[in-house]
Write a protein that binds this ligand. Structure first.
Ligand code: SF4
Ligand code: SF4
Length: 454
């Protein structure tokens, strides 16, 4: 029994759909190429059918019967150039599972969910896109090694190595100790728990020693992962498996609210898990930005310094794919914090319901680096039009992709904010490239390069 008596089974409130309805996904892993049957693993985890999560595939979140086949979801997509007739024809064929059309549409998709805003009957067309991506994964027969490399938390299932484990390789002894401490279950009583994500663990020192975050106990071991990268790559079962593992781990902790450092994790907890896995939680989820904003509003924290004037007036806001989905209150909070730090950020041309992807969404199609380069083009054009030198991102992924591929000077809002509130930052996120320059990372990069490049 856990400290707060929250077990994973209690997290899973829905009924079931009987036995698993779709064919098991088999995933080639490890050097020996053995097969892993995640469906069976999931069934073993949830041996009682009455407590299994409700949804068994992305398709369960798509309102197939009420779709009007109007094509508005595809026609308004900024990554496609379709006439009304083509959009209607293509959505019909996607619904039928026509492989040629599905492949063409998938190659023009970044899995941003923005088509949902255009659907007149709230049918959730993004779920159809994800289901067709899942079909692609099934056709491939095994998960491309570059995609596998981006997914943390599957080591004990034979996937062996991944980007995050490699980024953790160069941790100092003190950083190792910090992560070991974060890995332990926490009793926060009625307080909040800070969930430290895969990305947040790359530089744990400043989070651990932060005066600003001192009231929060920190949690997140090396392999604890929300599963978003798997979920957005069409690997429904891997995503659900990782999610279940994380729920098991969280169930060992006692807390009131889960404060989430990473937008992708918040997306997963707050939106994707309920909508796609039928998963609900008996606790509130807020982002670290909402937590800090709250602390500033109630006077517990105060801005002590701001960015220089030349940065302030020459900056644009780099929205992530989840920003608009979290709603107006979240965006208002983000903007207050930007201004609090001193940035006078302008909006880029594509934002809100038409927000452009940083590039990472392209990677989920097939694990190709070239797809990142292609997809980032819309944002790059927006940045060029803005004529702003300073790019301010609030998402770890957006920060990293922008820093690597977009030019200009990219800042990470969380880091700027901690600094503005009085913390000293010893290991800035801008050092992430340097941290990846270790033998393990470079060796594994050469191993996945055929999948990432060809
Ligand atoms: S998920 Fe995004 S990129 Fe894909 S079809 Fe919908 S709007 Fe277009
Ligand atoms: S999913 Fe919605 S927008 Fe797309 S064709 Fe169906 S009704 Fe139209």
């Amino acid at each position: 029994m856990t400290a707060n008596s929250i077990t994973r089974r209690k997290f899973i409130k829905q009924g079931i759909v009987g036995t698993l309805a779709v064919a098991p996904i088999t995933l080639t892993h490890g050097c020996a190429g053995a097969k892993l049957d995640l469906k069976k693993e999931m069934a073993d985890l949830d041996e009682n059918p009455a407590t299994r999560a409700k949804n068994q595939s992305y398709m369960d979140a798509y309102d197939f019967d009420n779709c009007l086949e109007c094509g508005e979801c595809l026609q308004g997509c900024i990554y496609k150039d379709l006439t009304e007739d083509q959009a209607i024809e293509n959505i019909k064929k996607m619904r039928e599972g026509d492989v040629a059309v599905c492949e063409e549409m998938l190659d023009q998709c970044v899995f941003c969910y923005n088509c949902n805003y255009r659907c007149p009957v709230d049918a959730n067309p993004a779920a159809l896109m994800f289901e067709r991506l899942r079909d692609r994964r099934e056709r491939e027969g095994s998960v491309p090694s570059s995609l596998r490399y981006a997914i943390n938390g599957m080591e004990n299932k034979g996937w062996g190595y991944n980007l995050f484990r490699d980024l953790y390789t160069d941790h100092s002894e003190e950083e190792e100790e910090i992560i070991a401490g974060w890995s332990e279950p926490k009793d926060c009583g009625d307080g909040d728990l800070l969930w430290c994500s895969c990305a947040g663990r790359v530089f744990p020192y400043d989070i651990e020693h932060s005066h600003v975050l001192a009231d929060l106990k920190k949690f997140g071991g090396k392999s604890d992962c929300c599963g978003l990268a798997a979920f957005r790559s069409g690997l429904f079962d891997v995503g659900r498996f990782l999610t279940n593992n994380l729920i098991d781990r969280l169930s060992e902790c006692k807390f009131n609210r889960l404060v989430v450092m990473c937008g992708s994790c918040q997306d997963m907890f707050q939106l994707a898990m309920p909508e796609y896995f039928g998963q609900e939680f008996p606790f509130k989820i807020i982002s670290v930005y909402q937590y800090l904003d709250e602390q500033i509003q109630n006077g517990k924290l105060a801005i002590k310094r701001q960015v220089p004037v030349d940065e302030r007036q020459d900056a644009c806001i780099f929205h992530s794919c989840f920003g608009h989905k979290f709603g107006d209150e979240y965006l208002a909070c983000i903007k207050r914090l930007y201004e609090g730090v001193g940035f006078d950020c302008v909006e880029l041309e594509h934002h809100g319901e038409d927000n452009a992807c940083c590039g990472m969404g392209g990677f989920y199609r097939s694990g190709s680096l070239w797809d990142i380069l292609e997809v980032k083009g819309v944002k790059k054009e927006d940045l060029k039009k803005s004529e702003k030198e300073n790019i301010v991102a609030y998402c770890y992924g957006c920060f990293t992709i922008s820093r690597l591929f977009q030019g200009g000077t990219t800042h990470f809002l969380l880091e700027k904010l901690l600094w503005a509130l009085g913390d000293e930052i010893k290991y800035p996120m801008s050092g992430i490239l340097g941290r990846s320059m270790n033998f393990s990372n470079l060796w594994h990069m050469t191993k996945i390069s055929p999948s990432a490049l060809f």
